[in-house]
Ligand binder design. Structure first.
Ligand code: C5P
Length: 378
């Protein structure tokens, strides 16, 4: 029985890691699309609130479906909301942090392209390791720290090579001579045509006359995006490790922990809406700008929250960081096949570094002194 339980654990571990990689990639792309379209924007705080709501409903369902019996499930809920409310409140720390983090991720992707976003957010690999050592009192060998550094370097190089492949100039003249003016002043991509050329040429500081339809990329505020992701990286590392401590430090079930987490995130999320967007909600309603793409992001992010919890429970936060890095390499490889761009030397170098880092990290764990002595004797 215990071996089958072990096998089940290992299976869950790998399935959840793979799911997380797919989740991460699709989230970044859909979020970028949803936040930079030429149409009235949705309120990000509202999207974060619904993310928490979806997580709560899902955690409730899974908790009930996996409970031994209805009465034991009710017992669990009583524990959560009544007998041990103090324990539930402790989960308030990661609940608050995840809510803020999710909001910051929107600010990040709205102001940076997907590649830059991914690279900067990888800083969470280091913050995660740092908090793992500080809060979980786990130790890493010097070579493991080195592996983390190599990992970051590898991811940055992979992303850099991908961006060079697809780098687009600010203005791309297209062959079309269509004259359907479609000018937008919101952030993101927009099209315009030669009716409005001279003024636009001046505004955009372009010397050539604009005679055919042009495609213009308007970037947001990269510094704001950078700072948002920097803070999000710290929050992600801290919240992940803190949640790992809670998950592994007691025998409260994973799904009850998720119910606790989302129960607290929900009122916090509501507070954040009121604080940040109260007036906007009053003026144009809660659901302004919501459509399939926004709901898509909401559900993908909620999936992320639940999968992150599973990964933390069955693996750990550092393994999670490695898995997402390998995911970045694999998705770049996939785009090589899908869009037939040939890998550059730079990409191969970056991918090699990521793989090297995985091996170094796995082969050289920290050994306490007495273990080292035993090694030398044998
Ligand atoms: O922290 P990390 O970036 O690895 O989380 C992956 C995704 O899951 C992020 O979009 C994060 O906001 C989301 N998440 C969540 N709720 C949690 C944990 C993570 O929405 N409790």
């Amino acid at each position: 029985n215990s071996t089958s339980k072990l096998k089940f654990g290992i299976l869950i571990k790998y399935i959840s890691l793979v799911t997380l990689v797919i989740q991460m990639t699709s989230q970044v792309l859909l979020m970028r699309y949803a936040t930079t379209r030429d149409q009235p924007q949705f309120l990000k705080t509202v999207a974060v609130f619904f993310n928490e709501l979806v997580k709560l409903v899902a955690a409730f369902l899974i908790f009930f479906l996996t409970a031994d019996s209805v009465s034991s499930a009710l017992q669990g809920l009583k524990y959560c909301y009544w007998t041990n409310i103090i324990d539930t409140l402790k989960v308030g720390v990661p609940a608050f942090i995840y809510t803020i983090q999710n909001f910051l991720l929107y600010i990040g992707i709205e102001n940076l392209d997907a590649g830059t976003y991914m690279v900067i957010y990888q800083l969470k690999i280091l913050t995660t390791a740092l908090f793992t050592v500080m809060l979980l009192k786990r130790r890493l060998s010097i070579l493991q720290w080195l592996a983390l550094g190599i990992l970051i370097a590898g991811v940055v190089i992979v992303e850099y090579s991908a961006r060079k492949n697809s780098s687009s100039p600010t203005i791309i003249p297209t062959n079309s001579t269509l004259f359907s003016a479609n000018v937008s002043n919101s952030s993101g991509e927009f099209f315009f045509n030669s009716n409005v050329t001279e003024n636009l040429a001046e505004i955009l500081n372009v010397t050539e006359p604009i005679t055919t339809q042009h495609r213009v990329m308007k970037s947001g505020n990269p510094i704001l995006g950078f700072v948002a992701l920097l803070v999000a990286s710290f929050l992600s590392g801290f919240a992940g490790v803190y949640f790992e401590k809670i998950l592994k430090g007691s025998d409260v079930s994973l799904w009850l922990r998720n119910v606790q987490l989302a129960s607290l995130s929900l009122p916090i999320g509501f507070g954040v809406i009121m604080f940040n967007d109260g007036q906007a909600v009053y003026n144009k309603g809660l659901m302004q700008g919501f459509d399939w793409a926004v709901w898509g992001v909401v559900f993908i992010q909620a999936l992320g929250g639940l999968v992150v919890a599973v990964v933390i429970k069955y693996a750990d936060n550092i393994l999670k960081a490695f898995a997402t890095s390998i995911g970045i390499v694999l998705s770049t490889v996939a785009s090589i096949f899908l869009f037939s761009v040939y890998p550059r030397l730079l990409f191969i170098l970056g991918a090699a570094l990521v793989i090297l880092a995985v091996f170094v990290y796995g082969i050289f764990p920290y050994k306490p002194n007495y273990a080292r002595h035993q090694d030398e004797e044998s």
